[in-house]
Design a protein around this ligand. Sequence first.
Ligand SMILES: *Cc1c(COP(=O)(O)O)cnc(C)c1O
Length: 401
Amino acid sequence: MTGGRPAVLDGAPRFADPVPVTRPTLAVDAALLREIQRILESGMLTGGRLVAEFEAAVAEYLGVAHVVAVSSCTTGLLLTLQAVTQGGTAILPSFTFMATGHAVLWAGLTPVFADCTADTYTLDPAAARVDEGTALVLAVHAFGVPCAADALAAGAAPHGVPLVVDAAHAFGSRYPDGAMAGTKGTAEVFSLSPTKSLAVGEGGLVTTSSAQLAAHLRTAREYGNPGDYDARFAGLNGRLTEINAAIGLAALRRLPERLAQRTALAQRYRDRLESLPGLGFQAVPPGAYTVHKDFTIAVDPAGFGLTSVQLAAALRCEGVDTRRYFDPPLHRQVAYRRGDADLPDLPNTERLSRTLLTLPLYAHLPERVVDEICQAVTRIYDAREPIREKLQHRDGDAWTT
Ligand SMILES: *Cc1c(COP(=O)(O)O)cnc(C)c1O
């Protein structure tokens, strides 16, 4: 026992100030402030030297030939998909953030959802079956755990189908063979938004070994204008700003320290929660490394005595913010549904979206807070029966908002 009644049963909440599920850890040092001042004084807010410097630093860090900085991961995905496909279907996981699917729709492709594996939560190569209509395989590094890029590429390449990876969650992750996320497939696309491992504000990075694709993307992010004002195709304003690039350069210098903090906190959670019945954890393939964009537990109600929805409700009473990523999964969202009869059969996706719960994790989250969250989960488990009684009518979508 860890003492005291859970707040959901009218005990005192663990945290007077709610713990957010994530926060960017920003290095606000004198060098960065000077750089931002220089940008403001120069009047070069976009298209200056810092975006190019940031791209070069990322290329060196990842060990990839070309890096094109863009205004968001969604934009980077859209421009990349437009460049490498000409209509057809795209195989992608349903267990992902909505932007993965939206890029497919914006690029004029038809989504075909495939299941993820039960243990890594990434696109299952056995389920990603390429046929004559397939234009693209779009995989995702789920919560930082790298997708099975080699197996997916082996299934796609013989048919001339490109593999693109939505790497939004995984800046700093590594594949089982030691290669950095960002070095496989036709292209990988990272997000630099505040909830991701390299946070600059808004931004994205497309990485590729293809000089031709990189050159195309540099034109695409400039409205399709290669510089002579004779647009070659309908591009977008997809540029990263100079200030965001300056923040990115500073964040990249601190990344190893930040990732070590995230890894230690995730391990701390695991050490403290592992012994509770009914809780499971995302598997990391042997040799791979995850940046833990999120720390997520799988709550099996048969073992734990409460559902993920009920645990989330009880934690909210304690002042702990959580997320139920990804519920609903894409194939159940209004934008993607084509009637109940057409729902694809995705058993792992369905189970994960019902059972997963993301707990707070960010680099500067104090260890003490992790310990207290784990104590709160334990207290809730110990009182699972009265809590279930109290929350039994609240295990539905209504309680999640
Ligand atoms: C955050 C996220 C995106 C979108 O990134 P933006 O930079 O906000 O466009 C795309 N895919 C996944 C899996 C994400 O989590």
